[in-house]
Design a protein around this ligand. Sequence first.
Ligand code: HH2
Length: 286
Amino acid sequence: MGRTARNIGRAGIFTAGPGPFIVGIFNVTPDSFSDGGDFLDPEAAAEHAAAMLDEGADVLDVGGESTRPGSDPVSQEEEIRRVVPVLERILSVRPEALISVDTYRAGTATAALEAGASLVNDVTALRGDPRMVSEIEEAACPVILMHMQGDPKTMQKDPHYEDVVREVRDFLAERAEYAVTAGVRPENIIVDPGIGFGKNFGHNLALLHNLDAIVDLGFPVLIGASRKRFLERITGVQVARDRVSGTVATTVLAYEQGATFFRVHDVRANREALAVAEAVLHAPRR
Ligand code: HH2
């Protein structure tokens, strides 16, 4: 099957309705901050993928390089070696699964799309590899454009903004325009303020409380707050995988403000919380 056969535009992912969509995090990395090393073996990975889909994930986001603060990049060859076998194994047991590849390298995106991935999650918003935009345009697949100040190695050293909400919004508008000018279809663009990527505690909260400014850009908005460090400062929960309640709070608040994609580790908890939020928000108001 060629990659166009599996590619989805609005016709694929968005016909399910307006969302909300859960993007299950699937790190095939030895060093990710909360689940590093868990799913390097394709068999364990396939089981975990099936569990996430059964719990209500709409998309699985497979990544072969950690972008946690202070992390080092891996080579493209190593990234492909980690991602492609897992992706193929998942699709062999769940051929209908929608898989996104978390990469900023065009070569990895190509390999993943050829292996059956359906969308690309680029944390550099197409700045990391000059060939990425044409890859997305040719594949006609959806792309997530994320804001990041600096790079993962140094981004948390001293992030600085005059007005974080305005700057993140303007950045995402500029990157979306860049993509559209290069031929990417506007309906294939999803934007993401990049919680924790070159942002201090106050910056993260300001973005989460002013999401309407990002939603107003007119693209679907993705939020990735799952288990992140700023939640520890609020809740005191030090173990990353125990930050489920804090994550769920961000999901519900972001959904109420118009975000529709939620990149999370804990699919079931976030799916249930979103179902409750949807029911309440659809009840009549007097
Ligand atoms: N966060 C992480 C990685 N990729 N992609 C998007 N679009 N938005 C995010 O907020 C985002 C992302 C970091 O989290 P995680 O994948 O759990 O950890 P690591 O980078 O250590 O693998």
